[in-house]
Design a protein around this ligand. Structure first.
Ligand code: SF4
Length: 228
């Protein structure tokens, strides 16, 4: 666990998503990265960063079992915004581990690659939103992550899905077509299904189990870090 270095925080709650990005860039410069899952939040943030002219490294956690539509969205966004994408992939992921030990599978395919990525940065921009799940309801626009030893910058925490989608449409930004096919939240193929009317936004993730998160956005690891 790492303690927070001194940082003078403005009233970020009163700031727009764009102003949060500009403020964070002034603090961290290229010691800050954006992680992209190629869902609608990634599209919106990439566009904002491009419009603001901020030179922020872009990182993806490629679990190797993402949807073809997700990989296609990645290619369209890379081309549109001229991204020099840094991809972090799992090391030795056992086949079909998601069926037996989903928390360990998420650790191998997502958490450990994220730890490798963040080791090079002081701050991490994520696209999480408070309405996505109870585990995200208290997310802040800027907060210290003891677990990763970085500042988390989350400009869209107070946006809802409709606002993100409207921003995408107005600005004609490429986005993941699965959002129009019943997938409000998109993860790996084996663990994501479309939702039906009235279901929560993330009801299609790990459906049929009580698992809500892959583990990268919570403060305590879902499994012990030692691979025992
Ligand atoms: S979402 Fe499923 S397939 Fe993807 S890393 Fe987690 S358990 Fe594995």
């Amino acid at each position: 666990m790492a303690t927070a270095p001194a940082l003078r925080l403005p009233d970020v709650d009163a700031m727009s998503a764009e102003d949060v990005l500009v403020w964070a860039y002034e603090q961290f410069g290229d010691r800050m990265c954006l992680t992209c899952s190629w869902q609608r939040q990634s599209s919106a943030l990439l566009h904002m960063i491009s419009e603001l002219g901020l030179d922020i490294p872009v990182v993806e956690l490629d679990t190797l079992v993402l949807f073809p539509e997700t990989y296609g969205t990645r290619e369209r966004l890379v081309e549109r915004y001229g991204l020099e994408l840094r991809s972090f992939r799992p090391i030795d992921a056992p086949d079909r581990l998601w069926e037996r030990e989903p928390d360990r599978c998420c650790h191998i395919r997502k958490v450990e690659p994220l730890e490798r990525a963040l080791a090079e940065y002081d701050a991490w921009i994520t696209g999480i939103r408070r309405e996505q799940s109870p585990t995200r309801a208290n997310a802040q626009k800027v907060e210290w992550s003891e677990r990763y030893g970085v500042w988390k910058v989350q400009p869209l925490v107070d946006w809802d899905a409709k606002r993100v989608q409207a921003y995408i449409h107005v600005n004609e930004i490429p986005y993941n077509p699965l959002h129009d096919a019943g997938y409000p939240s998109i993860g790996c193929v084996p663990c994501t299904r479309p939702v039906t009317a009235g279901e929560d936004e993330r009801a299609g993730r790990w459906a049929g189990s009580d698992k809500l998160e892959c583990g990268i956005h919570i403060n305590a690891p879902l499994i012990k870090e030692s691979n025992d």
